[in-house]
Ligand binder design. Sequence first.
Ligand code: IYR
Length: 247
Amino acid sequence: MEPATIYEREYPDDDDDPDFLIPAISEDTPHIPYKPLKRPMNDVVQRSLDYYELMSKRRTVRKFSTEPIPQEVLDNIVKTAGTAPSGAHTEPWTFVVVQDPSTKEAIRGIVEEEEEQNYARRMSRQWVTDLKPFATNHKKPYLSDAPALILVFRQMYSWRADGKKRMHYYNEISVAIAAGFLLAAIQYCGLVALTSTPLNCNARLRDLLSRPTNERLELLLPVGKPHEDTTVPDIKRKNLEEIMINV
Ligand code: IYR
């Protein structure tokens, strides 16, 4: 029978066994009290301002210091990303953290090769023109200079212990939220990143890093301290009136 809705097409029942439905997480999962710290509203106001001011200083940088990042910092920022909400608590993300110089070099080789094609023919002339203010091109020295590269993979589905396919509902937005948490954690601890999305590199980087085919590369973040000579384009952010509508 034809699936009735787009949701049934994207998240189908197990056709082999449609009546034998068991949730991926136990139906008996207890609900426990949640008692986060209570803060007076004037603290809430102050903290909202402080956090905005911190985050407003975040910039994408393309020139990194080679100073290594303590493993503990990498562990903590990835743990923070892993606190993101996800569809049906499927946690559909894998963060591959690369510090090994020869693997960084191999990643750089693949990305530069593909980006050369991207800039030359895969991206439209309008796209390449729109990138001019950012002074980007296919050369990516930051992929070897930055002490760590974090590759964010999206798991489109996974496998349950009983061998059934586990659906990862809303996996795209879940991974996007986790990436936001990661960028915020990087900013909060005093490091910088480059939010990059290497076009056409998924299969080659997935193979290089031995990731399975249910995973797709979404983001590649060089992370570290900025190089002493780093400059950033003098761009402005939209003001509140342009991004907020109060009803
Ligand atoms: N992925 C390419 C091109 C690029 C695209 C966008 I949209 C940017 O904001 C920046 C770069 C690159 O990394 O050079």
